[in-house]
Design a protein around this ligand. Structure first.
Ligand SMILES: [Zn+2]
Length: 367
């Protein structure tokens, strides 16, 4: 199918020229900015070729070649994909309840993940689609979690260090270091940018209890939207301040519990009762906020939502901290349980997967 070049505004075409004068060779980096292009850019002449059109622009006399395939892939007519894909939003995800994954937890083993690009792509695909994956046979040794993070991205160092310890301490500064149960939450909502990936690696788990839980926050928010659109809207529109402070640190960020992308799709969940500061809303809206917040919490805490499993030594769970909430059942103090965790970011994982796919496409093309 050939699309008439008149379907595309002249300035848009001129800006998207991919010739060697307009784009740095070997990259997709543009060499011009909008102010380098004439505001009255127009099409002076079009030359039709078999698989492409050549457009000559006025007033700069620039010649640009656009293949029919490229034009078709970038159609501007309504309803034909003009809305850009956002691979972080709910549309790009497989939402789940606990029963969907009870016997199908995306699982790989660390030696294979390291050696086999297909296994690595499958793990990253699960992280980006389901929001998490589990790796077994990671040596239960100090700092191994950092090696896992570095296999597909970059460790995000924070005030907690390169990694953090999760185990019973005598005088815990943070609930994570106590033996109390911890309800589902996202980590570090008081940080902006928030760490978008979290890894938890089990070194020792001889405690009674201390099981791990994961909840799909996008699925929970979507359920709230279906049940009570006004409650969903209130949580999406109300900025909430999250804060953390200790002797050396003072962090805060103000974001809604449900973050939406510019076209209203669910894109980010921040949920952590421990670090929420007072809600600042007109007094008459407070009751409605608390009702909506309570209902979202009830959905997140429900048995249908929470996928529960036990981390054994050598298990490392990797999850999207903008979507998947994690929880821990209580355990008896004194029972040894030791996890090491660290943060990383989704951009690195998306890049690693895209490059792995590039490799497989090339090898398919050669076959
Ligand atoms: Zn050009």
């Amino acid at each position: 199918m050939t699309l008439p070049v008149s379907d595309y505004p002249a300035l848009w075409l001129r800006d998207n020229c991919s010739c060697g004068d307009c784009v740095a060779p070997g990259t997709e980096q543009k060499l011009h900015g909008i102010t380098d292009l004439a505001p009255d850019t127009r099409i002076a002449r079009v030359e039709e070729h078999e698989d492409a059109v050549v457009v000559v622009f006025a007033p700069d006399d620039h010649r640009s070649r656009f293949t029919h395939a490229w034009l078709a892939a970038h159609r501007l007519d309504a309803g034909s994909g003009t809305r850009p894909a956002d691979d972080r939003s709910e549309d790009a995800k497989n939402l789940w309840q606990a029963t969907d994954l009870a016997d199908a937890i995306p699982t790989g083993d660390w030696p294979t993940f390291q050696q086999d690009p297909v296994a690595r792509a499958a793990g990253l695909e699960a992280l980006l689609r389901q929001g998490f994956f589990l790796l077994r046979d990671v040596p239960p040794t100090d700092r191994a979690v950092l090696t896992v993070a570095e296999s597909f991205g970059y460790v995000r160092r924070t005030n907690y260090g390169e990694l953090f310890e999760v185990r019973v301490e005598d005088q815990p500064t943070n609930l994570a270091f106590s033996s109390l149960p911890i309800t589902p939450h996202t980590d570090n909502p008081y940080r902006d940018p928030v760490p978008t990936i979290q890894l938890l690696h089990c070194l020792v788990n001889a405690a009674e209890g201390g099981d791990s839980g994961l909840v799909d926050g996008f699925a929970a928010a979507a359920r709230l939207r279906a049940e009570d659109p006004a409650a969903f809207d209130l949580l999406a529109r109300t900025p909430v301040t999250f804060r953390y402070a200790d002797a050396a640190t003072e962090l805060s960020a103000t974001r809604p519990l449900i973050g939406l992308d510019p076209v209203g799709r669910i894109r980010e969940i921040r949920f952590n009762n421990r670090s929420m500061r007072p809600i600042a809303l007109p007094a008459e809206q407070i009751a409605a906020f608390y009702a909506a917040y309570r209902r979202l919490a009830e959905i997140l805490y429900s048995a249908e939502a929470q996928l529960t499993f036990r981390l054994e030594p050598g298990d490392c769970v990797v999850f999207d901290n903008t979507r998947v909430l994690h929880a821990r059942t209580g355990f008896r103090a004194g029972g040894a349980r030791h996890l090491q965790g660290c943060y990383a970011d989704l951009d690195g994982a998306y890049s690693a997967l895209a490059v792995l796919r590039r490799g497989s496409l090339e090898s398919n093309g050669a076959a």
